[in-house]
Ligand binder design. Structure first.
Ligand code: NAP
Length: 322
């Protein structure tokens, strides 16, 4: 069995706890929160045997094999550091931290300690996304020329929502934009050229953001994220001899359509169980069982490149979180 702990008790922590039930060999044994009351409430609701009133107490539990960090972005660094310094492997929600410097510190700490660490970019563990990558690698749509992906929601977010809190890393880019950026990175790697523009909201964070990535191969990625307009959460991957369309939500698809030149479109569908978070948990357990300290599906180098891109974009659009 892999004994899981969950750190923080909000929206995504609850959904992850539900999906852990779908993971063979997973056991949710502990939860840690900033208060005893919230820890105990979560433990009761999700049938978790041990509830801790601090992150440090959770991390000190030697009968926890891995901790899922589900705080708002701004607390990922401190929470994950608490796990790693106690020798506890960690799966850390996206965006990994607020910036490249703190992400680098976390990864250096994990590497020095030989402890497993992974960004919870669940899209990269999704079986249909992995199948799409395989098709692209096999040349199903020729040479890649473009990736288009949008993640815009209309909100409105109430004033006390973390998306509106600058000090918590609020705004569209880190929360939503990280998905189109990660998809482009998954297919095309790190871009050589980055252009971006954003309308900033009253909190000084981005609320409506457009991105263009250029690649020396000649490929382009056109991406957007928004917290003031629902874009449709679709993506297309375009190549010299075809195209793959991902329906919404593109980061957790239940199918895709392959358009090849001179052929009828082929639609592949697969009903996925749960919310789709189980696949990242399965990957964590596979890595731990194999003695790995990072996942080949979400390598540290990718996390660092994505964080570097987010830093570059923020510099262009004039957003800082401090
Ligand atoms: N993978 C996905 O599909 C997905 C979806 C949604 C969110 N996320 C990511 O998951 C993270 C949490 O999002 P969420 O929607 O679950 O947020 P949320 O509902 O606001 O919950 C965050 C939890 O973190 C703790 N917390 C709140 N404020 C904090 C602070 N200032 N410092 C430290 N801890 C604090 C609270 O738990 P306690 O009271 O127990 O401490 C709170 O319940 C974000 O980084 C987000 O990007 C991922």
């Amino acid at each position: 069995m892999t004994r899981w702990g969950i750190l923080a008790t909000g929206h995504i922590a609850a959904r992850f706890a539900e999906d852990l039930r779908l993971v063979p060999g997973a056991e949710l044994v502990a939860v840690g929160s900033r208060s005893a009351e919230t820890a105990e409430r979560f433990a009761q609701r999700h049938g978790v045997p041990r509830a801790y009133a601090s992150w440090a107490d959770l991390a000190a539990d030697a009968e926890v094999d891995v901790i899922y960090v589900a705080t708002p972005h701004a607390a990922h660094h401190e929470a994950a550091l608490t796990c790693l310094t106690a020798g506890r492997p960690a799966l850390v929600e996206k965006p990994f931290t607020l910036d490249l410097a703190t992400s680098t510190e976390l990864i250096d700490t994990a590497r020095a300690a030989g402890v497993f660490l992974m960004e919870a970019m669940w899209m990269r563990c999704n079986p249909l996304i992995r199948r799409v990558c395989q098709l692209v690698a096999e040349g199903a749509i020729g040479t890649l020329t473009a990736v288009r992906a949008d993640f815009g929601v209309a909100g409105p977010f109430p004033p006390d929502h973390r998306m509106r809190a600058r000090q918590l890393g609020g705004g569209a880019l880190l929360d939503l934009g990280v998905y189109p950026i990660s998809l482009a990175h998954l297919l095309l790697g790190a871009p050589q050229h980055v252009r971006s523009w954003a309308k900033l909201g009253p909190e000084g964070t981005d609320e409506n953001t457009g991105l263009i990535f250029g690649y020396d191969t000649g490929a382009v990625a056109t991406l957007s994220c928004s917290m003031v307009g629902a874009t449709g959460l679709t993506a297309s991957i375009i190549g010299s001899t075809g195209r793959i369309d991902l329906p919404e939500p593109f980061f957790r698809p239940d199918g895709f359509t392959l358009h090849r030149a001179d052929a009828e479109p082929e639609t592949v569908t697969e009903e996925l169980a749960g919310s789709g978070y189980q696949y990242e948990a399965i990957e964590v357990q596979r890595c731990l069982a194999a003695g790995l300290t990072e996942s080949p599906l979400v390598p540290h180098s990718t996390t660092l490149e994505i964080m570097g891109l987010l830093d570059d974009i923020r510099a262009q659009i004039g957003v800082s979180y401090l």
